[in-house]
Design a protein. Structure first.
Length: 70
């Protein structure tokens, strides 16, 4: 990924594949051209080609998760 355009979050309450799919779906619904990479074991989400950090964090939080900057 291009680090200049990549937003990374740690999401401690992302615990399963359903969580990962929910987060991915929500981000892609808002930013269809985004690339979302999930590392479930590390509880890390990386998003490339999306809006600003606050906007993406708000999308994730609206799904019931607690993103913090990674």
């Amino acid at each position: 990924m291009n680090d200049d355009k990549t937003l990374a979050f740690t999401i401690e309450d992302m615990t399963c594949g359903h969580c990962a799919r929910t987060i991915t779906g929500a981000v892609l619904a808002a930013y269809p051209a985004a690339r979302v990479d999930i590392d479930l074991a590390a509880k890390r989400v990386s998003v490339e080609n999306a809006g600003d950090r606050a906007a993406v964090a708000s999308i994730i939080a609206a799904e019931g998760y607690s993103p913090v900057d990674a």
